[in-house]
Design a protein around this ligand. Sequence first.
Ligand SMILES: [Zn+2]
Length: 434
Amino acid sequence: MSKKILLYAGYLYDGGELKEHVTIEIQNGKIKGIHNGFIEDDDAYIEDKREHFVFPAFVNTHTHSAMTGMRGLADDLPLMDWLNKYIFPVELKLVNREFINTFFPLALVEMIHSGISTFADMYFFQDEAAKWVKKAGMRAVLAEGVIDFGTPNKKEVKEQLAYTEDFIKNYKGDEHVIPSVGPHAPYTCSPELLKKSWDIAEKYDVPYLIHVSETQEEVDIIKKRYGMRPVEHLNALGVLGKRVVSAHSVHLNEREMAIFKEKGVAVSHNPQSNMKLASGIAPIKKYLDMGILVSLGTDGAASNNNLDFIDELRTASLLQKISLSDPTALSAEECLKIGTEEGAKALGLVDVGKIKEGYVADIAVLDLSSASLTPVYNPISHLVYAASAHDIDTLIVMGEVIMENKKIKTLDEEEIKEKARRYSKKIKDLINEG
Ligand SMILES: [Zn+2]
């Protein structure tokens, strides 16, 4: 839509300031201007949200989208049991192109409803996923997961890396799909694999998505194997830098934090997944105080168990407060910044994450009409502490309205949900067969 959009905002958080009664002018995918009052223009498409709260759309920096297919399949287990006894075997047996084409779009539906414009995904068959990202009109950093013992897509690491490189070549420069590299973790990838992945990321100048120090058990495994802690191990291999998005990063000591700061590594904090798997509490306030870039991720729906980004914001804030016995820790506004602007920075996006002139028009709108959001004193407080994904009303990505009044315009939500229900019967049968 190259047609001009005028978005009337009752409340606007532009990434720095809270404003009231403004018109956001959007053209050619960008924010052209912000005007006081609700201006008229017969040639423009009017998006009238004068009773709503308008804010920069969310950036989810860590997920495994198609794991919506395993939502609730195995719960209440420690990470290593959950991964080794359930997730990895189920993935090797069940995850194929049809699985991705069923459950990846389901995640997109959920994320759009949650106000997410952009996400980073590490999973398999990313060539299938990429088509859905484009169809949905979202933006995604997609990394094919690479793992020593093979993936559902490619058994040998050589094939996994070749697939990654082909995928990068096919999508480099695409508006919607930012290809990247996804070595799963230091405990599932050999030093050689971590280095080879790094070389590809450097060669094509793309992000490097990895899980780091999610659990104490992982730290112990790496110490035993390499005589160093995970971040020291990665640093010794020369695979840390600004392009790294380090998921979880719960168990870092002071030295490792200093390495992250020095190398410019971005952390993706996944509080709900960390709580559910009892992995620990990442010292987010400390990271922020040290100047480490912190962003927010939902992780996959098998360990969360939803992709509600508002839930994640609230959890992030509450977890810092309780763990530090400090109610001032991680304020609502700080959380919102982490979930928007800082997420964009973590993924290397320069003009995303604020609603300011010249920025890409990635905008979410919160409906303030529900009982739980009444009355309104501070809409940022409502967004973080009182709202849920069900209150997200409209989503604009790159100047295109992809959800309006809670109806997704780019995907057939009912058809996608029905397909997922049908497919889940197959998963049940396969599991029952053992
Ligand atoms: Zn993960």
